[in-house]
Design a protein around this ligand. Structure first.
Ligand code: C2E
Ligand code: MG
Ligand code: MG
Ligand code: MG
Length: 290
């Protein structure tokens, strides 16, 4: 009986593995089609300063799947990372972002907006990464400082030499770097000191319970102080309430991103949002000033 049970268990497992593999290769095929048919689309989530003016946006990819509708990145980025498809996808995101920045150059209300792009490990590890990015900036004739590249801690703990060299080469041309999801990984203070980062992004997981969890509160205060002392901009992501915003602002956080202001939205909505937020004002009302 036991033998039969384990044999059927074996076939069950085999079936699961096969289905999984089939689903994965289907996803693979669909992602290639998506690239070819331009089914990807960029959404923009505003980033505001202490005066509640929009200073930039994070560019977030979405997949307009013909059957499944709008697919969030959580459902395909990891897979694309494993198969290497993230490289052409990431290239496409950068191209589109540079094209967007070029289009905004001619519009006074948008000319100062910066865009932050998420860069995957695989993409950054490409030997041609630096020259590719600089070529795109050159082709579109944009100011390098409008482009910010978001790296994660997983990426920065690997091969520090290569990392420093690539970052420095881009920073010398004006490109900025931020450290995304800060606090969730294992980067050390010596990394922070050594790398030419201009921005720290405090991870959403700390922001969501900053008012209810004493250790999150301490972490957030500490990260803000750390960033300030190193001359970096500190941005909080995932702000959903005015109370969270007040806490962050009164502790010196410089920039803010979250559903409180806007979800990631399509281009036209983002432009509308900027025009509304950045209207000329009689007096500067800053957030959280006592
Ligand atoms: P991330 O870079 O940490 O982006 C922030 C995520 O938090 C976004 O999810 C955003 O919609 C979400 N978010 C922002 N504010 C709030 C808030 O107030 N509340 C809540 N609950 N969520 C908020 P999204 O767009 O689903 O992206 C998820 C992740 O996918 C990103 O995390 C990033 O790691 C990755 N990703 C997105 N676009 C790209 C891309 O073009 N390339 C690469 N390599 N990764 C990307
Ligand atoms: Mg990000
Ligand atoms: Mg993040
Ligand atoms: Mg995150």
């Amino acid at each position: 009986v036991q033998g039969i049970a384990s044999v059927s268990m074996f076939f069950m497992l085999l079936h699961i593995l096969q289905t999984d593999a089939a689903e994965r290769s289907e996803l693979d095929h669909d992602l290639r089609t998506a690239l070819r048919d331009e089914q990807f689309v960029l959404y923009f989530q505003p980033q505001l300063d202490r005066a509640r003016r929009v200073v930039g946006a994070e560019v977030l990819i979405r997949w307009r799947h013909p059957q499944r509708g709008l697919v969030p990145p959580a459902e395909f980025i990891d897979h694309a990372e494993k198969t290497g498809l993230i490289i052409p996808i990431g290239q496409w995101v950068l191209q589109q972002t540079c094209a967007q920045l070029r289009a905004w150059k001619a519009e006074p209300a948008l000319a100062d907006i910066g865009l932050a792009v998420n860069i995957s490990q695989n993409q950054f590890r490409q030997a041609t990464f630096v020259t590719d990015v600089l070529a795109m900036i050159g082709e579109h004739g944009i100011e390098a400082r409008r482009l910010e590249l978001e790296l994660t801690e997983t990426l920065i703990v690997q091969d520090i030499e290569d990392l420093t060299r690539k970052m420095t080469a881009l920073v010398q041309q004006g490109v900025r770097f931020s450290l995304d999801d800060f606090g969730t990984g294992f980067s050390s203070l010596s990394h922070l000191k050594r790398l030419p980062l201009s921005t720290l992004k405090i991870d959403r997981s700390f922001i969501c319970d900053v008012l209810t969890d004493a250790s999150s509160e301490t972490i957030v205060r500490t990260v803000i102080a750390l960033g300030q002392s190193m001359g970096m901009t500190v941005i909080a992501e995932g702000i959903e309430t005015e109370a969270q915003l007040r806490f962050l602002a009164s502790n010196g956080c410089g920039q803010f991103q979250g559903y409180l202001f806007s979800r990631p939205v399509p281009l036209a909505e983002f432009v509308e949002f900027v025009r509304r937020c950045n209207l000329p004002r009689a007096e500067e009302a800053t957030v959280g000033t006592p």
